[in-house]
Write a protein that binds this ligand. Structure first.
Ligand SMILES: NC(=O)C1=CN([C@@H]2O[C@H](COP(=O)(O)OP(=O)(O)OC[C@H]3O[C@@H](n4cnc5c(N)ncnc54)[C@H](OP(=O)(O)O)[C@@H]3O)[C@@H](O)[C@H]2O)C=CC1
Ligand SMILES: CC(C)(CO)C(=O)C(=O)O
Length: 325
């Protein structure tokens, strides 16, 4: 299996570097500063006890790849960039090769399945940071992360098994899941806080807002008849694979993925695919979702206005949510 990492940033960069140093064939699709830096210097990955720079082959667009039957695409861009990436893949001639959505949220798989027949979900547990172009870091040990993997909408097939084997070789623990979307819906409950951390700062207490956003989501899942894994359930065997570390020598810990988007000055964030997904499901199933709907609006505004993480207080944010965002 050759792995095409589409979207080389914090997650894609960590995975691509891990795979390449393990001898797994990998090609990155990158853009902007990351593309230029990788072409010039390679890709640097730092993790506890690890600092490597690897010459991961990289292209700017899927059309530059001579696609093979044994290719598998790992989508690693944020949800707001998925639709454009899928269009690019279609135009480049991708057919029934498997597409793995290594992304937060639960909307990417459905978007991919609309266009391609062979789609898989991946729950990404990997606290990674896009430091500067060409450099990423991950704050966990002994593994670089742990991914739950399964076919969308359900089941496990040989493509999942091949991807799991490649990831394991590359230092990422991989767990095959018959119902991977239950795992992704559990993870989404954690990611409802991403926008709160972006607004309040990465270390802020998200208070009653975090609890209210999660309660809405659980009510929505129940009304929609959707199962989910409890993301707070502790499993000592899993926990032993990804112990979080607070500090890497000389490497600042920026915070979660939405905080990082604001720090990099992105004009869009992923909130529509996190809190916005709960708002969508609530509207579809007749469940009130005022908190997540307001947070989705606030996320879009934070990015549009170029706010940095920590630009507001919990009291002000609570007031804004009560006013509808
Ligand atoms: N970072 C983390 O700790 C975690 C992230 N996740 C999830 O993983 C996913 C990826 O997040 P993360 O790695 O942090 O995001 P990043 O923004 O760090 O990386 C995504 C990269 O993909 C690039 N990109 C987007 N579209 C394309 C395209 N069409 N072609 C080429 N490159 C493209 C982006 O470019 P540009 O910068 O120009 O937009 C960016 O460099 C998200 O769904 C996130 O929620 C899950 C768990 C933890
Ligand atoms: C759970 C968390 C916050 C880990 O980094 C994440 O998934 C993200 O950054 O989006």
């Amino acid at each position: 299996m050759r792995v095409i990492v589409h979207g080389v940033g914090a997650i894609g960069g960590t995975v691509a570097a891990g795979l390449h140093r393990a001898g797994v064939e990998v090609v990155g699709i990158a853009r902007g500063g990351m593309l230029a830096a990788m072409r010039e210097r390679g890709l640097r990955l730092r993790a506890p006890g690890l600092d490597v720079t690897v010459p991961v082959p990289v292209v700017a667009h899927p059309s530059e790849i001579a696609w093979r039957a044994d290719d598998a695409v790992l989508l690693c861009m944020k949800g707001q960039d998925t639709a454009a990436a899928l269009e690019d893949l279609r135009a480049a001639g991708l057919a029934d090769q498997p597409i793995f959505c290594a992304q937060n949220g639960v909307a990417n798989e459905r978007a991919a399945l609309r266009i391609f027949p062979n789609v898989h979900g991946v729950t990404v547990m990997m606290p990674a940071v896009y430091l500067v172009p060409g450099e990423v870091a991950v704050f966990t040990e002994p593994k670089l992360g742990i991914f739950d993997i399964g076919r969308f909408p359900g089941g496990v097939d040989d493509d999942d098994r091949r991807m799991a084997a490649a990831l394991e070789a590359g230092g990422v623990a991989a767990v095959l899941r018959e119902d991977v979307m239950a795992s992704k819906r559990g993870k989404l409950l954690l990611n409802l806080n991403n926008v709160l951390k972006a607004a309040l700062g990465p270390d802020a207490d998200t208070g009653d807002l975090g609890r209210a956003a999660r309660a809405e989501a659980e009510a929505v899942y129940r009304a929609a008849g959707l199962s989910w894994d409890d993301p707070n359930r502790r499993d000592p065997a899993r926990d032993a694979l990804i112990r979080p570390v607070d500090d890497l020598p000389g490497v600042p810990r920026a915070g979660g993925s939405t905080v990082q988007s604001l720090l990099r000055g992105a004009d869009r964030v992923e909130t529509d695919y996190l809190n916005g997904e709960i708002a969508l499901l609530g509207r579809l199933h007749g469940v009130p979702v005022p908190v997540n709907a307001a947070l989705a609006r606030i996320g879009a505004r934070l990015a549009r206005e170029g706010r940095k993480p920590g630009s507001t207080t919990l009291a002000a944010l609570t007031e804004a949510v009560a006013a509808g965002g």
